[in-house]
Write a protein of this length. Structure first.
Length: 252
């Protein structure tokens, strides 16, 4: 085990599956202690078993302020502080502006955007107490460029990108860095319906792959590697960035 994140304490949301799980495992390999937050306790407990004593499970919904406060208090109470926050929890509802329901729109923004704001805001005093830290927001390439049938999702991720930049400006003087990772199409439980709900899943898959110059779709571990860098002291002079991690998707 290397130690790029030795003595770092991280809170990761949406940590039970996909990108969040991959980030948690990568952080643990690099020596971090990790609070795993999410709505599905069974999934979180499975990840915690993979990590061992360096992980604690926090059942929490980032769209609910009491859950946010409780998660932070338990993290700091268990580990003694907080150095890194990874805002990864997210939902995806597909549809145009005309097709998306009010309920879907509200849920998308409550989790993807409002949750990031509320948790980041509540985490700031803890990061400040440690003399600084790193907030890593998992946004999307669709927070930079739009796409068909993603009216709510892309709008919410665009909000995350600009919140990232504003927080980086506001809190840089406190040595609190805020960056966003903007993944392209990463194969996870969240994105699986893009294929499973398509009339011809194999054709859709081929089309998706063809849109990426590297010739493959992303995997959760692709995102985890960049998250480790942003949590580490190697990125000490990097803040306010929205970093595309997309297999070349935006270059086409």
């Amino acid at each position: 085990m290397s130690a790029r994140l030795e003595n770092k304490i991280a809170l990761i949301t949406g940590a039970g599956t996909g990108i969040g799980r991959a980030i948690a495992l990568a952080f643990a390999r690099e020596g971090a202690r990790i609070a795993l937050a999410g709505r599905r306790k069974i999934r979180l407990e499975a990840v915690a078993r993979e990590i061992g004593s360096a992980a604690v499970v926090l059942e929490a919904d980032v769209s609910k302020k009491p859950d946010i406060d409780r998660a932070l208090e338990k993290t700091v109470g268990h580990f003694g502080g907080l150095n890194t926050l990874v805002n990864n929890a997210g939902v995806l509802h597909m549809g145009t502006a005309e097709q998306i329901t009010e309920e879907q729109w509200n849920e998308t923004f409550n989790v993807n955007a409002r949750g990031v704001w509320q948790l980041s805001s509540a985490a700031l005093p803890y990061l400040r107490k440690q003399g600084g830290g790193s907030i890593i927001n998992i946004a999307s390439v669709l927070g930079i460029n739009g796409a068909r049938n993603r009216a709510a999702y892309a709008s919410s991720k665009g909000a995350v990108v600009l919140l990232t930049k504003c927080m980086a400006i506001d809190h840089g003087h406190e040595n609190i860095r805020v960056n966003a990772i903007c993944p392209g199409f990463v194969e996870t439980e969240l994105t699986r319906p893009v294929f499973t709900q398509a009339p011809d899943p194999q054709t859709v898959r081929r089309e998706r792959i063809a849109a990426h110059p590297l010739g493959r779709l992303g995997q959760p571990q692709d995102v985890a590697g960049l998250a480790v860098f942003l949590a580490s002291d190697e990125s000490a002079w990097l803040t306010g960035a929205a970093l595309p991690l997309d297999g070349g998707y935006l270059a086409v």
